[in-house]
Write a protein that binds this ligand. Sequence first.
Ligand SMILES: [Zn+2]
Length: 440
Amino acid sequence: MTTLFASHALLPSGPARDILIEIDGGRFTSVTPDATPPGPDTTRLRGVAMPGFANAHSHAFHRALRGRTHAGGGTFWTWREAMYSLASRLDPDNYLALARAVYAEMALAGITTVGEFHYVHHAPGGRPYDDPNAMGHALQQAANDAGLRLTLLDTCYLEGGLDASGHLPLDELQLRFSDKTVEAWASRVGEIDARPGTVTGAAIHSVRAVTPGDIAQAAMASADRPLHVHLSEQPAENHATQAYYGRTPTALLEENGALTPRTTAVHATHLSERDIRVLGDARVTACFCPTTEQDLADGIGPGRALADAGARLSLGSDQNAVVDLIGEARALEAGERLASLQRGRFRPDELLAAATAHGSLGWTDAGAIAPGMRADLVCVRTDTVRTAGADPAQILLAATAADIDSVWVDGVPVVSGGAHRLGDVAGLLSDAIGELWADS
Ligand SMILES: [Zn+2]
């Protein structure tokens, strides 16, 4: 058994002081506020202890685009060309090295579960690897090495896009994303290894990349697992869907059985009032990725309105141009303030709930410091230049990922004193990214 003591913690009941925390078998066994400070044998946590963060939407390989896409302006769609070019350079070995480093960066940022929206399935040209899940298994290994849990959201991706005349064929670079049929996709997903610390979920890339009939089949095939889908990130998706199908992307998903409480709609940026009602009534989770939505000039989604309509909220680092769930939480609130001209659109505990939505990734027993829950902890320092003087109860409105001192996943310390157990994570990132761009 492990016994820890924190001067401050964010518990389900709210901010607390002098908390004695006991862990056994990877789970919290007791959490006692207002405890007498223990003797020297007990580990004292530094700063404010809070539940581990859930990164509900990641494309690990996009990390290699960070700081490389800003010359010459461009659009979401020119960014996508750069992303496809990067995807064409991936293989199971270099993807393992890159994802291991990216997931270690996430662990340093307090992320204890990552939801990986995974669509680079096959070799260039669409040829399956000897192990048809070689890329997914590389991601499982990477998460295991980096010490966090993984929900592999294996993505159905069958069409090259959508315009007013219908779906477009896959281009050369997109071929490796596709299993050709929804049945082949479901069958391959069924072959993914079950490994400790991993959950296999499902994803529909978008209404651009999957036709309505295939959406219905994919939703059915996902059974009781998490089902994620990109939704209305850019107005162009809405225009094309409206022009060809005469309805919104949300309405298409609704009609084809893809909106349930196990669904996460990623971005949900450009929604009609009806869309918001439909998503709320279906009790979906809406995953906001504010730093990506800023970077790609997507817009500001209706977070408060979705929550008021009954949707739950989660947060994702998406393209990993920034890996900082505290920053995402703050940007969720900041976007609301800018759009509404009102402060305090989300309370600090609501922002923490969005940053710890492990249930949307199939881990309903994580996300709270409470007996019986998985023993994930993030300890945020209160003595840095950014956090000194802040009220511990409002630390999410002051801190950044750089202020995180220690991270525990399932009762195991993965980050201690601001250092990851793998060592020099910046070096791992630099090596992995350098290799990918070596011949460019
Ligand atoms: Zn995405």
